[in-house]
Design a protein around this ligand. Structure first.
Ligand code: NIG
Ligand code: FE
Length: 388
């Protein structure tokens, strides 16, 4: 069994509540020992147990790898023109998704996989050690099934989003499309999807349709999550709580009833600052969620339409600046919050027994992630597999 010690950690973010050292459980002059891919010891840099290998991080910061609980990485082409038109005054609508559906259907399997691999390596370079990805740009039985087949080769967190929008060939027949999504399509993807998701919003699916789709997925053993209240105030967040979704994602709009429902539930609110940024929409006030005790995650929402970023540090900086997260809250949300949004207990913290998914940050503490926007401070990203 290979053991590696990281020594001289200037600041270590553990996210270990038991240490009672603030939200992030930060230790100074710390060290950790990794054995066979798991955290085996956490303590002072002055009393490190003997190990096979030592890595001196020379005072830099170490934190848990970021957990990106919301991304759409199975697609072809881009929509840079649509982005530029928006910046010139056009508004965002769900309809743009159909442009990417056409490009995705026309792509070969290897083109789709190469694009996924390219984006996954960008995620990793930004410190992300676990990512979720959705289907949703195929919208036919064969195209959704192949997207998820490709996805399973690269992540355990695969999400079936056949209900992204109603495809052009079902225009005006959305209930027929819902029957396909809950029938033949679901049957074909059930083996390769862990999660089921619906875009419940203006121009996509109603609350009633979303309920039917998520319940059908649950009956097949998929776990529910939802795109809720991105474009308008609606019933998506309430539905998320009703169905015990792991997460309600976007939450660009919410009211007091939504806050109360989330606060009394196990559903995480996943905020996606890249989407408000790239659609020039107003940002939600995350402080209201935090003050009410809601668990909040941050994710990239990487997709070619509304948020073409793979950078978690960018999301952290925007969340702090424009969504009123404290810096500590934003860092927690991008690590432990993401783990909760995926209902994972083995990632998101540096604690004995957890996976050794780590970021080495070229800064004296993690506050620099927001304090130095746009500067690449990620000097190394490790996952458990690197130590086996
Ligand atoms: O999460 N909201 C729905 N889906 C994506 C956008 C997809 C697109 O515009 O291509 C999102 O923002
Ligand atoms: Fe999304």
């Amino acid at each position: 069994m290979r053991s590696v010690a990281f020594t001289n950690i200037g600041s270590l973010v553990t996210n270990d509540k038991g240490l009672e050292l603030g939200l992030l459980g930060e230790l100074q002059n710390a060290a950790i020992v990794v054995e066979d891919g798991s955290i085996a010891w956490v303590g002072s840099s002055f009393s490190v147990p003997d190990t096979d290998e030592q890595i001196d991080v020379e005072g830099r910061t170490v934190l848990p790898g970021f957990v990106d609980s919301h991304a759409h990485l199975l697609f072809a082409g881009d929509r840079a023109g649509e982005f530029s038109a928006r910046m010139a005054g056009e508004s965002y609508s769900a309809g743009g998704i159909r442009t990417t559906v056409a490009a995705t259907r026309a792509a070969t399997d290897s083109e789709l996989e190469e694009n996924l691999v390219r984006l996954a390596s960008e995620l990793r370079a930004s410190g992300i050690t676990t990512f979720e990805t959705k289907s949703g740009y195929g919208l036919s039985v064969a195209d959704e099934a192949r997207a998820l087949r490709i996805a399973t080769k690269h992540t355990a967190e695969t999400t079936y989003l056949g209900a992204h929008v109603v495809p052009a060939e079902y225009e005006g027949r959305s209930d027929d499309y819902v029957s396909l999504v809950t029938g033949e399509m679901l049957n074909q993807v059930a083996d390769s999807a862990k999660w089921i998701d619906v875009f419940c919003d203006r121009g996509a699916f109603t609350v009633e349709q979303a309920r039917e789709i998520l319940l059908a997925g649950k009956a097949m053993g998929l776990q529910p999550r939802i795109h809720a209240n991105q474009l308008e105030q609606g019933g998506g967040i309430q539905l998320a709580v009703e169905l015990d979704c792991a997460s309600a994602d976007h939450c660009t709009h919410f009211d007091q009833k939504d806050i109360d429902a989330l606060a009394g539930s196990h559903t995480v609110a996943t905020l996606l600052p890249g989407a408000e940024f790239s659609t020039r929409s107003n940002y939600p006030d995350a402080r209201k969620l935090w003050d009410a005790g809601v668990k909040v995650a941050l994710a990239t929402d990487c997709n070619p339409g509304s948020s073409y970023t793979t950078s978690m540090p960018f999301c952290i900086a925007v969340a702090v600046r424009d969504m009123h997260f404290t810096v500590e809250q934003a860092i927690w949300s991008a690590t432990k919050g993401g783990a909760k949004a995926l209902r994972r207990h083995d990632i998101g913290a540096i604690k004995v027994g957890m996976r050794a998914d780590l970021i080495e940050l070229n800064a004296p503490n993690a506050l620099h992630l927001a304090y130095r926007p746009g500067v690449n401070l990620i000097s190394k990203t490790y996952t458990a597999e690197d130590f086996r």
